[in-house]
Design a protein around this ligand. Structure first.
Ligand code: PEP
Ligand code: MG
Length: 900
C-alpha cells in the first residue's frame, strides 16, 4: 500500500485518498499551474494511525523518499543551516472543515537555520518573525500549549516597547520573543522546542492526524453529516512567503461572487502577510481588484488561472494564493461554497455557457437551498423605520431576529430555553461553533467574506453579517455600541436586547424588523412570474433561475408530488406550488372548532337514535368540505383518510373537566351533561393513546362513523360529477394491521358507495386503499394488497412503531443525547431510516406488487418532503410523495435530482 503521493501523482478525483486539498493541489500541478512542490500523506495512513495509535511502519521511509525528492527539486535540504527548505504541514479531509483541523507553517526553522533564512531573504526581521510563528503554532497545535500564553507574551513585548501592532516589533524584539516562546514551551511541556527539522515534521504530521478527533471537529462533522471514519490527509508543501515586503502578499479569490453568483473579480488581498492572517480576519483586506494597481503582472496571471480553473472544473472555484516578491503561487483551489441564490444562478449560467447540461445543473443545487430561498426577508419599508445600527458585509443571506448574546455559552443556554438569539462576536473561531449552531444569526465586527464566521455560516445556511466595523463589540462588558443613524446619539445594545440582521444587505438594526415573503415564494404563488419586470433585479434573475431549474426537474422526475392538505385554501396553494393531487386529507382536521361538540355528541350517544342523529348532523358538513376539496383539485387525485386519532382528542381535558365537575358538585349544581362527559372521558382515557383506539379500530367499534364519512365522499363526488367536474377521490383506511380489518371496513364502504351510485345513477370510480404505518402491515403487505387498491406509507407512525419511539415526546426528551452520541446523524422522524423503516417499505412495495401488480404506491408521512428521503422513495419505486404545501417545490426539485 502506497501512503504518500507527490503532487505530480494525484488528481482531483482522488479526494477519498488525498483529501480535497491534496487532490486539487495535484490537479493544479498537472494543469501546469504554479503550485509550490510537495506531497500528500493519504487518509489511509491517518486511519491506520487513529486505529492503532501509531503511524503505519512503512510511512517513515516513504516520507523520507518523497522528502528527498522534494529537496532535490528545491536544491536545498529541510532545515539546512545556510539555506533552509521550509515546509507547511496542513490537514485536508475529503470534505472541507474550515478551520477545524490543524496546520503548522515554517517547519524546518531552528536556532541553526534562522540565520540562513535571514541571509537568503535578506531580511532579519522576517526570519525571526517566521521562527516566532513556528514555535507559536507548533507549541499550540502539536504540543498542546495554551495559545493565550504566546499571545500574552506578544502583548508584553509590545507594551515594553510602547507600540501597538506586531509590525512595529523589530528583529531584536522578535529574537527576544523567540527566547520567551521557547521558555514557555519548556515550562509548559517539560521538554524543549525540537531543533531537529525532521522531528518537527513528523510530530506535526501526527498532530494533524490527531486533530481529526478534536471535539470541535467531531461536532462540525455531526452538524454537517460528515462520516467520522474518513480521516484526514496531510499535505507537506514547500513554503512560499507572502510576508517578504510590499511586493509580497496573500489572498483569496472566487471565480464568481459566492453571494450572488455573478461573474467578476471577487476576493480579498492582504499585502505583506501570510495566509492565516486573511482567514482569521485579523487584519483588514483590500478588494482583489486593487491588486491590479499593486502588481499588474501577478494580477493578470491570476485572472488567467481563474479562467483556466473555471473551465476545467466547470464550476465556481475558490482559490488561495500567495505572491512572493512578485511571483504568484497557487496554494489551494476547490469548488467553492456559495449561497443558495448563487447556486441557482450559477447552475443556469453554466448551462448557458455550454459548460454543463441540465442533468448536471440539477446536481448543482438542492432542496435545502431552495427551502432557504423560500424564507421570508425583512420588509424594506418597515426596516427603514428601525434604528439602523450599522452595516457590515452580507456574508450569508436571510433575515434573522433575536436577542443579542456575546458568547457561545450564553447562545446555547438561551436557545435551549427557547429564546431566539443573535451571536455577536468581534470575530469567530472554531470554538464558537456551538454558539453558531444555536443562534438564529451571527454578527461580527471584523473579518471579510472569507472569515471564519462567513464561511461557516454559509455552510450552515445561517444568516450572517460580518465585518461590521462601525459596531464596537465589547465581549467582556457584553454590549455593542454604535453611532445612531442620525449621527448624534450613541446607541448601546446590551445582552438580551433584540437586534435584527439582514444577511442579504449586511444591515444591522436595533429592535425587531418585520419580515416579508421571499421573491421565490411570490413566484410560486403566481404573484410574479419568471420574466416579469420587477423592481428588484436581484429577485428577478433569481426567480428566472429557479423557474428554469424547476422546469428541468419536472421534465425528468418520475415521482409525482402531492400535497397533504385538508381544506380548499391549502389545496389551492398546493396546486399553485405544483402539487399533482392530494396524498393525504386528514379528516380529523375537519372536526375542529365548533364541530368538535358534534363529535362529542357522537361519542356520548347512548342509543342508536342519538348516534344516528349525531352522524346525520355531521354528514352535510363533511360532504360540503369534500365538495370544496374536490373542486379545488379537479382532475387530480384526492386521497381522503377516514378518521384516525384517538377519540379523547375531541373531548375536554380530563383534569380540567374533573376540576370543573368537582367544583360544581361542591356548589351542588353539577350539570347532567358534564357528568356524562366526565364518565366518557374516563372510559376513553388511555395510557398509550397512540397505540389504542384509533384508526381503523374506530371504524370497527363505532357503528356508522366510517359509513357516514364514505357517504360524504361519495355524495360529494356525485355532486361534482353533476356539476361537470372531474373528482378523483380515493378512500384511505388508517392504521390497518391485518387484512381482516381492512376487509370489513372495505365491504361496508363499498355498500355505501353502491347505494350512492344507484341513487345518483353515476359510476363514481372511487378506489379504496390503506395506509401502511404499522410494522405488521408492512410485514403482511402481500395479504393486505388483496383488499387495497393503493398503499400510502405513513412513515410517521411507522417510524414510531418500528423504533418504539413516541413521536410526540422523544425529540424533546432524549434525542439531543442520541444526536450528540452519534447514534444517528439526524432524527429518523425527519429523514427516513433507510436500514430499518426503509427496509420495511421496500419489502412492502415488493410484496404489494406481487399480489397486485398495478397497486398504486405513495408516501404521506413527513418524510415525503424531506430531500434525502425523497431520493429513497424514488429508489424504492414509489409513484408519488405527498408533503405539506410549502415543501412541494423542494420535493419536485429533489425528485428531479433523484431521476437526473
Ligand atoms: C403517518 O403516520 O405517517 C401519517 C401520515 O399519518 P399521521 O401523521 O396523521 O399519523
Ligand atoms: Mg399515521
Amino acid at each position: 500500500e502506497k501512503f504518500v503521493y507527490d503532487f505530480t501523482e494525484g488528481n482531483k478525483d482522488l479526494k477519498d485518498l488525498l483529501g480535497g486539498k491534496g487532490a486539487n493541489l495535484a490537479e493544479m500541478t498537472n494543469l501546469g499551474l504554479p503550485v509550490p512542490p510537495g506531497f500528500t500523506i493519504t487518509t489511509e495512513a491517518c486511519k491506520v494511525y487513529l486505529e492503532s495509535g501509531a503511524e503505519p511502519p512503512a510511512l517513515r521511509d516513504e516520507v523520507s523518499a518523497h522528502l528527498e525528492a522534494l529537496e532535490a527539486k528545491m536544491g536545498k535540504k529541510l532545515g539546512q543551516a545556510d539555506d533552509p527548505l521550509l515546509v507547511s504541514v496542513r490537514s485536508g479531509a475529503k470534505f472541507s472543515m474550515p478551520g477545524m483541523m490543524d496546520t503548522v507553517l515554517n517547519i524546518g526553522l531552528s536556532d541553526a537555520s534562522v540565520a540562513g533564512l535571514a541571509a537568503q531573504a535578506g531580511d532579519e526581521r522576517f526570519a525571526w518573525d517566521s521562527y516566532r510563528r513556528l514555535i507559536q503554532m507548533f507549541g499550540k497545535t502539536v504540543l498542546g500549549v495554551d495559545g493565550d500564553l504566546f499571545e500574552e507574551a506578544i502583548e508584553d513585548a509590545k507594551q515594553a516597547k510602547g507600540v501597538k501592532v506586531d509590525i512595529e516589533l523589530d528583529a531584536a524584539d522578535l529574537k527576544r520573543l523567540v527566547d520567551r516562546f521557547k521558555g514557555i514551551v519548556s515550562e509548559e511541556t517539560g521538554r524543549s522546542f525540537p531543533q531537529d527539522p525532521r522531528e518537527q515534521m513528523d510530530l506535526a504530521v501526527c498532530a494533524v492526524f490527531d486533530s481529526w478527533n478534536t471535539d470541535r471537529a467531531k461536532l462540525y462533522r455531526r452538524q454537517e453529516r460528515i462520516p467520522g471514519d474518513l480521516g484526514t490527509a496531510v499535505n507537506v508543501c514547500s513554503m512560499v512567503f507572502g510576508n517578504l515586503g510590499p511586493d509580497s502578499g496573500t489572498g483569496v479569490a472566487f471565480t464568481r461572487d459566492p453571494a450572488s453568483g455573478r461573474q467578476g473579480v471577487y476576493g480579498d488581498y492582504l499585502q505583506n502577510a501570510q495566509g492565516e492572517d486573511v482567514v482569521a480576519g485579523i487584519r483588514n483586506t483590500v478588494p482583489l481588484a486593487e491588486l491590479e494597481q499593486l502588481d499588474k503582472k501577478s494580477y493578470d496571471q491570476l485572472m488567467e488561472i481563474m479562467e483556466t480553473l473555471e473551465t476545467h472544473y466547470k464550476d465556481l472555484c475558490d482559490i488561495e494564493f500567495t505572491i512572493e516578491r512578485g511571483k504568484l503561487w497557487m496554494l489551494q483551489t476547490r469548488v467553492g461554497k456559495r449561497t443558495a441564490g448563487a447556486a441557482f444562478r450559477i447552475a443556469t449560467q453554466l448551462v448557458d455557457q455550454g459548460l454543463i447540461d441540465e442533468a448536471e445543473a440539477l446536481q448543482r443545487v438542492n432542496g435545502a437551498q431552495l427551502a432557504q430561498l423560500m424564507f421570508p426577508r425583512f420588509d424594506d419599508g418597515a426596516a427603514g423605520k428601525q434604528d439602523l445600527l450599522g452595516r457590515g458585509i452580507a456574508a450569508s443571506p436571510g433575515a434573522a431576529v433575536g436577542k443579542a448574546v456575546f458568547d457561545s455559552y450564553t447562545a446555547v443556554k438561551w436557545s435551549r430555553s427557547g429564546e431566539k438569539v443573535i451571536l455577536i462576536r468581534r470575530e469567530t473561531n472554531p470554538d464558537d461553533l456551538n454558539g453558531m449552531i444555536a443562534a438564529e444569526g451571527i454578527l461580527t465586527s471584523r473579518g471579510g467574506k472569507t472569515s471564519h464566521a462567513a464561511v461557516v455560516a454559509r455552510g450552515m445556511g445561517k444568516t450572517c453579517v460580518c465585518g461590521a466595523e462601525e459596531l464596537e463589540v465589547d465581549t467582556k462588558k457584553r454590549c455593542l455600541s454604535a453611532v445612531a443613524a442620525d449621527g448624534k446619539r450613541r446607541v448601546v445594545v446590551e445582552e438580551g436586547d433584540t437586534v435584527s440582521i439582514d444577511g442579504s444587505t449586511g444591515k444591522v438594526y436595533l429592535g425587531e424588523v418585520p419580515v416579508v415573503p421571499s421573491p421565490v415564494v411570490e413566484y410560486f404563488e403566481g404573484r410574479t412570474h419568471a420574466g416579469a419586470e420587477t423592481t428588484n433585479p436581484e429577485g428577478d434573475d433569481l426567480v428566472k433561475s429557479v423557474h428554469r431549474m424547476m422546469a428541468y426537474a419536472d421534465r425528468v422526475r418520475r415521482l409525482y408530488v402531492r400535497a397533504n392538505a385538508d381544506n380548499a385554501e391549502d389545496a389551492a396553494r398546493a396546486r399553485r406550488f405544483g402539487a399533482q393531487g392530494i396524498g393525504l386529507c386528514r379528516t380529523e382536521h375537519m372536526f375542529l372548532g365548533e364541530r368538535r361538540e358534534m363529535v362529542e355528541r357522537l361519542i356520548l350517544a347512548d342509543t342508536d337514535g342519538e348516534r344516528d342523529e349525531a352522524l346525520g348532523a355531521l354528514l352535510p358538513l363533511q360532504k360540503a368540505d369534500f365538495v370544496e376539496l374536490f373542486e379545488s383539485m379537479d382532475g387530480l387525485p384526492v386521497t381522503v383518510r377516514l378518521l384516525d386519532p384517538p377519540l379523547h382528542e375531541f373531548l375536554p381535558d380530563i383534569t380540567e373537566l374533573s376540576v370543573r365537575v368537582a367544583l360544581a358538585e361542591s356548589r351542588k349544581d353539577a350539570n347532567e351533561n358534564d357528568l356524562r362527559l366526565l364518565q366518557a372521558v374516563h372510559k376513553l382515557h388511555e395510557q398509550n393513546p397512540m397505540l389504542g383506539l384509533r384508526g381503523v379500530r374506530l371504524g370497527l367499534v363505532i357503528p356508522g362513523l366510517f359509513a357516514m364519512q364514505v357517504r360524504g365522499i361519495a355524495e360529494a363526488a356525485a355532486e361534482r360529477r353533476e356539476a361537470k367536474g372531474d373528482p378523483r377521490a380515493e378512500i384511505m383506511i388508517p392504521l390497518v394491521g391485518t387484512v381482516q380489518e381492512l376487509e370489513i371496513v372495505r365491504e361496508e364502504a363499498q355498500r355505501v358507495i353502491a347505494e350512492v351510485e344507484a341513487a345518483t345513477g353515476t359510476d363514481l370510480a372511487l378506489t379504496i386503499g390503506t395506509m401502511i404505518e404499522l410494522p405488521r402491515a408492512a410485514l403482511t403487505a402481500g395479504q393486505i394488497a388483496e383488499a387495497a387498491e393503493f398503499f400510502s406509507f405513513g412513515t410517521n407512525d411507522l417510524t414510531q412503531t418500528v423504533w418504539g419511539f413516541s413521536r410526540d415526546d422523544v425529540e424533546a426528551s432524549f434525542f439531543t443525547a442520541y444526536l450528540e452520541k452519534g447514534i444517528f446523524g439526524v432524527s429518523p422522524f425527519e429523514t427516513i431510516d433507510r436500514d430499518g423503516v426503509g427496509s420495511l417499505v421496500r419489502n412492502a412495495v415488493e410484496a404489494g406488487r406481487a399480489t397486485r401488480p398495478d397497486i398504486k404506491l405513495g408516501v404521506c408521512g413527513e418524510h415525503g418532503g424531506d430531500p434525502e428521503s425523497v431520493h429513497f422513495f424514488h429508489e424504492a419505486g414509489l409513484h408519488y410523495v405527498s408533503c405539506s404545501p410549502f415543501r412541494i417545490p423542494v420535493a419536485r426539485l429533489e425528485a428531479g435530482r433523484a431521476a437526473a
